[in-house]
Design a protein around this ligand. Structure first.
Ligand SMILES: [Zn+2]
Length: 299
């Protein structure tokens, strides 16, 4: 049995505020789940992040106030947390008084999503994310599946009306192919389960799409090895969905900004054939793209 943790990066809206939409799935055999979970817990503990969500995009940001607090780097984790909290409280009061309600809301949201990480400097947060990515890169038993849609060139079709429908159909097809390849003849079949971050709009759509794939197959394959509709879990509590979030973030930042640091680490896990040709990850973009994903697919 294989668990495939799914998460997305970028918006599926056209045009939306990102050029790419990514749906990534990280598959691990169920008997390795405990190893994965304890690897991530160990790294979190090192950075005093136990029980906190690894949300890559929020962690990778710079927090302006940290540069305004005197000798921030030399403070203890506890002192940093206190200093930032104090600064943020004052800032929210100030914004409330100026009547800039939109800025107040945006700032409040930023503070809420980053509160768990303010005891770490920007360098430490990057190191933490890098360490998790390196750990995933070393999981020889894991496989990465993803569809990276360049939305500028996406044309809706009857089969896939939106980038996220396209993404799910592709990831499901590749995971199914992988499971088929893992089911050696005469032996027990390999089965798979999709586990997705809970999100109301996505959950309804992906559940009905998955039901359709079970009945009619995808455009590329029958679905015989993936069981059930995706299970939706709370990403705040499920470390492996957070790891899938890191993978989709790394893919999007590579496709959009050619950032290679995290990408090179997690891309080692992209499902590939024995000749090295990558079959698990695709960059949906016009022909002639010179990126590493397109190059490794055309090998
Ligand atoms: Zn490409």
């Amino acid at each position: 049995m294989y668990l495939c943790y799914l998460d997305e990066s970028g918006t599926a809206d056209l045009p939306g505020n990102t050029s790419h939409y990514i749906l990534a799935g990280l598959s691990v055999p169920i008997w390795m789940w405990r190893t994965c979970d304890s690897d991530i817990s160990r790294i979190k503990k090192k950075y005093a992040l136990e029980g906190r969500e690894l949300h890559t995009a929020w962690m990778m940001r710079k927090y302006l106030e940290q540069s305004k607090i005197t000798d921030f780097d030399s403070l203890t984790f506890f002192e940093r947390g206190q200093a930032v909290e104090q600064w943020r409280r004052a800032e929210l009061l100030r914004l409330q008084k100026t009547g800039a309600s939109k800025l107040y809301k945006v700032t409040k949201k930023l503070f809420k999503h980053t509160a768990a990480y303010v005891h770490l400097t920007h360098v430490q947060r990057r190191e933490f994310v890098r360490e998790v990515a390196a750990c995933v890169g070393g999981w020889g038993f894991a496989r990465l599946f993803a569809e990276c849609v360049d939305k500028i060139h996406f044309t809706p079709t009857d089969a896939a009306r939106t980038p996220d429908e396209e993404g799910l159909e592709q990831v499901v097809s590749r995971f199914e192919h992988y499971l088929r390849a893992m089911s050696s003849p005469g032996q027990q079949q390999a089965h798979g389960l999709l586990i997705h971050d809970n999100n109301e709009t996505v959950s309804k759509k992906h559940t009905s799409l998955m039901l359709k794939f079970h009945q009619q197959g995808t455009l590329w394959t029958d679905v015989k090895h993936i069981m059930e509709t995706p299970l939706f879990v709370n990403s705040e509590l499920t470390a492996m969905v957070q790891v899938a979030d890191l993978c989709s973030y790394a893919l999007r930042r590579y496709c959009e900004n050619q950032e290679t640091e995290l990408f090179d680490l997690v891309y080692q896990r992209a499902d590939h054939r024995s000749d090295g040709k990558v079959v698990g990850v695709r960059h949906f973009t016009p022909q002639g793209c010179q990126c590493k994903i397109c190059a490794s697919r055309n090998r």
